[in-house]
Design a protein around this ligand. Structure first.
Ligand code: G6P
Length: 367
């Protein structure tokens, strides 16, 4: 009903708009006196020090959070991280043992492959920690430790606020680990905490300007193919941007590591192909702009997405979208929001069933 949707036309719109609150509810109870306090988990400093690697397992968008997490944990905590989709992890004889932390990410806590992967990890002797939204779900119950995301119930099949809160927990956990392992200074630790606190209001700012994204969606909703490209964290965001779009608009889309384009995919770029170029990472900005030139030379239309610090993106791209400035490690939390809105508006303009896209289920409880 309209009341359940809080006055919005779709649950997806409501859930996109709930993100500032969801992220705040997930982060703020875990910040006390300028420190990250994870009362949720029993892991000690000594146990964290003994992990030789982290193995992340999840499906769908939760897997994409895992791809972001790999970059974040490796950079901040200097622990090797591998990420698998759960259906692959189970059957590849993973090298997982007592020194492995298996991090499981799931909104529902009931995804069959993810649950089976968790059980396999436990059988192999790993320590397990899950990031779950549904309290008391199977994955939460079966993990050694669980950190709940406080997104509240998510109804739309395409996840938005659950993704954002999973990412928020990843940041809390990675900064927490890094501080315990001594891989970041106290100053850097303190600055991440300040940046994390600011995330909800920055998400709010993006939502206030959603009409800019609606306008871009109106330009592109008729396209046949979309390529999302990025490097590093922007590559991880490309995966989610592409999935979101194809799930609800049925437009064929692909995500590509920008540097890999020339090894095959660039052959698909023709006059008018839409390329969404994510370029939030300053160190890689120039490299991304050369990829933009490559696709433009083959006729692509390019929509660039970056932070307010990189206004010069307009020189290379046909259209540009900006998110507020933040520490670059945290920009995925902001960059995902315009990608969600873009998919939402495109799907709406195409008249698709946004909340219940064909062939998809909210939670896949069969293999
Ligand atoms: C389904 C949903 C996705 C979700 C995935 C994993 O495919 O449509 O939105 O990311 O399952 O679900 P989970 O509940 O484990 O996060």
């Amino acid at each position: 009903s309209a009341a359940e949707k809080g006055g919005y036309e779709h649950f997806m719109a409501k859930e996109i708009m709930e993100q500032p609150k969801a992220v705040r509810d997930t982060i703020s109870p875990r910040l006390k006196d300028g420190r990250i306090v994870l009362d949720d988990i029993t892991l000690t400093k000594e146990e964290i020090e003994r992990f030789s690697k982290i193995s992340i397992v999840a499906c769908g968008s939760a897997y994409h959070v895992g791809v972001v997490a790999k970059y974040i944990f490796e950079k901040l905590a200097r622990i090797p991280v591998e990420v698998d989709v759960a259906s692959e992890f189970r059957y590849r004889e993973p090298v997982v043992n007592e020194q492995t932390l298996v991090l499981v990410i799931s909104q529902s806590g009931e995804t069959a492959d993810t649950l089976a992967a968790l059980r396999e990890a436990k059988r192999l002797g790993a320590r397990t920690l899950s990031i779950v939204n549904v309290v008391g779900s199977s994955i939460a119950n079966d993990s050694d430790d669980v950190i709940y995301t406080w997104a509240g119930p998510e109804i739309a099949v395409a996840t938005t606020k659950a993704y954002s809160t999973q990412l928020a927990v990843v940041y809390l956990l990675a900064v927490y680990f890094a501080e315990k392992l001594g891989t970041i200074s106290q100053e850097v630790y303190a600055s991440y905490i300040e940046e994390l606190k600011l995330l909800p209001e920055k998400i709010e700012k993006i939502l206030e300007n959603k009409e800019d994204i609606q306008y871009l969606a109106s330009k592109f909703f008729n396209v046949k193919d979309v390529f999302f490209i990025g490097r590093n964290l922007d590559y991880a965001m490309s995966l989610e941007g592409s999935l979101k779009l194809k799930e609800i608009s049925y437009i064929h889309s692909e995500a590509y590591a920008a540097g890999e384009l020339k090894h095959g995919t660039i052959s698909l770029i023709e006059d008018g192909t839409l390329v969404i170029a994510l370029a939030t990472q300053t160190k890689l900005f120039e490299k991304m702009m050369s990829n933009v030139k490559e696709v433009k030379a083959r006729g692509a239309m390019v929509l660039g997405l970056t932070s307010e610090d990189n206004r010069m993106i307009e020189k290379e791209t046909d259209y540009a979208l900006y998110v507020p400035s933040a520490d670059e490690m945290l920009l995925p939390s902001l960059a995902v929001v315009p990608l969600q809105l873009f998919s939402y508006y495109v799907s709406s303009m195409k008249g698709c069933d946004i909340d219940k896209p064909r062939n998809l289920a909210k939670s896949v409880t069969v293999e």
